[in-house]
Design a protein around this ligand. Structure first.
Ligand code: ADP
Ligand code: MG
Ligand code: ZN
Length: 477
């Protein structure tokens, strides 16, 4: 039997506000344990929360960017559970009146574009960090993260494969980064998700019973967790048994999920309205103000790159999900470069360099002017394409312009016909076998000879001039 995978994701994103959600403690990553805390965020009795308006603004921004309806009335609720990372023994979250509902995000799949529904987006506070030190046999708790603002984005069960889940996560990340509400640094835990997976026989209308994997903190982890759960559930069904609704813990190192609790043991969070915070009435004027402040979103950028720059959909898609790349492309084109040439450099050598340096597309140290200059140097014949590739790493290292690097390193392209003819003759002398072959009718040694000339000039010879002079010199044989 063939099975279809059904996935719904709950994504938690830390918001990059200056201060926490209910107090004025600094909101930033790292630092010594328990140094960014106050009586409010460590939950001392008698303290009162004050809602940070920026958190609501960022939540609305995210909602608008994901095509949601923004609530006119919204409130905050207490979600009760007992665990050392949560000193109040409740998390302030939102239950029945979330900030945003009924949205969607468009993803690219191999069968074209697809809408993934957004059930809701709500605001809530993060908990602290509780860690165990097995060597010293003690547990430590750090409340720096307690009270850090989060949005939780809940998707509809519209996702049908781990590849679609990955595309959805990428789309959400690029939107959140683009609108500036979260830095989405996975390695710092600012984007995490719970993965809900079920399978059903192809053609069946009803959904199967799902499991929920907690503790997924990378996109690749989400993909692996989905593939693992799919296989696990299919195996259960094939054996004639039934999948149980349960909460599981994803262990990325082990590449497996483990049972945390079954449906019977499901948490009862005893939600009730947070009595220390007023409900929110969100004026339509404010929502419109926020809507107008939204920047050009990734899918809008993609459409513009295709329509205005004539770039292929593939290039446009890859560049538009990165703010850094989009800006580099716009600036390079603004400085006179052809869009496709700019795109080729961005997705080629520049991406390669970024990967090798383990930096992100936002950290490219030069701008569009430098890239446009590099492209112009090739087009003017000052340097060859292969020399240009050699210069890219230098552009990451120093703030010299491409032209300055070319001059400093003596990499000017050799276009002098006489000089190249001389090198060709030397190559002929050094390769008598190839010349014999040529005379014997093997005209394909031309490529070999061109390569030898390039080698002799360390890639600096102008390919067009080599071609022309090679024809002349071969003709003389
Ligand atoms: P809970 O509050 O218990 O987590 P929800 O109904 O809010 O449950 O659903 C949470 C997530 O589970 C959502 O992202 C939703 O899309 C997803 N989901 C619901 N049913 C299924 C299913 N049968 N298979 C896969 N995902 C599902
Ligand atoms: Mg859930
Ligand atoms: Zn505080």
């Amino acid at each position: 039997m063939k099975y279809e995978t059904v996935v719904g994701l709950e994504i938690h994103a830390e918001l990059s506000t200056k201060t926490k959600i209910y107090c004025s403690c600094e909101n930033s990553f790292g630092g010594s344990e328990n140094t960014r805390c106050c009586p409010v965020c460590i939950g001392l009795p008698g303290t009162l929360p004050t809602l940070n308006k920026k958190v609501v603004e960022y939540g609305i921004k995210a909602g608008l960017a994901m095509n949601c309806e923004i609530a006119e009335y919204s409130k905050q609720d207490r979600k009760n559970y007992f665990y050392p990372d949560l000193p109040k023994a409740y998390q302030i979250s939102q239950f029945d009146f979330p900030l945003c509902e009924h949205g969607f995000v468009i993803i690219d799949t191999e069968n074209g574009q697809k809408k993934i529904g957004i059930t809701r987006i709500h605001i809530e506070e993060d908990a602290g960090k509780f860690t165990h030190d097995p060597y010293r046999n003690l547990s430590r708790v750090d409340y720096n993260r307690g009270g850090v603002p989060l949005i939780e984005i809940v998707s509809e069960p519209d996702i049908r494969s781990s590849a679609e889940a990955n595309a959805f996560l990428e789309a959400v990340r690029s939107i959140l980064k683009c609108i500036g509400v979260s830095d989405c640094k996975m390695q710092e835990g600012s984007l995490r998700c719970d993965v809900n997976v079920s399978v059903r026989p192809e053609g069946q209308k009803e959904f199967g019973v799902r499991s929920e994997c907690k503790n997924v903190n990378s996109f690749s982890g989400a993909v692996r967790a989905i593939d693992y759960e799919r296989a696990r559930q299919i195996e259960i069904l094939e054996s004639g048994a039934e999948v149980e609704q349960e909460t599981r813990r994803w262990d990325d190192m082990a590449g497996k999920s483990f049972l945390l609790r079954s449906k019977e043991e499901a948490h009862d969070y005893r939600y009730f309205p947070e009595p220390d915070l007023m409900p929110m009435e969100i004026s339509r004027g404010w929502v419109e103000e926020i809507r107008e402040s939204l920047p050009e979103l990734p899918h809008e950028k993609k459409a513009r790159f295709m329509a205005e720059y004539g770039l292929p959909e593939y290039d446009s898609g890859l560049i538009s999900v990165s703010d850094g790349f989009s800006k580099l492309l716009d600036d390079t084109v603004g400085c006179g470069a052809a869009p496709k040439e700019a795109s080729n450099w961005i997705l080629g050598e520049i991406s390669k360099e970024i990967n090798e340096r383990c930096i992100t597309s936002d950290d490219v140290p030069f701008g569009g002017q430098a890239l446009a200059e590099l492209i112009a140097l090739i087009n003017k014949g000052t340097i060859s394409g292969s020399i240009a590739k050699q210069i890219v790493p230098d552009m990451f290292e120093s703030d010299k312009s491409p032209e300055e690097i070319v001059k400093a390193k003596g990499l000017l392209q050799i276009s002098d016909e006489g000089e190249i003819a001389k090198i060709i003759k030397e190559v002929f002398e050094a390769n008598p076998k190839a010349i014999e072959d040529y005379k014997g009718g093997k005209t394909n040694v031309r490529g070999f000879l061109t390569g030898q000339v390039m080698r002799a000039t360390k890639g600096k010879a102008n390919p067009a001039v080599i071609n022309k002079q090679l024809e002349i010199e071969l003709g003389k044989l």
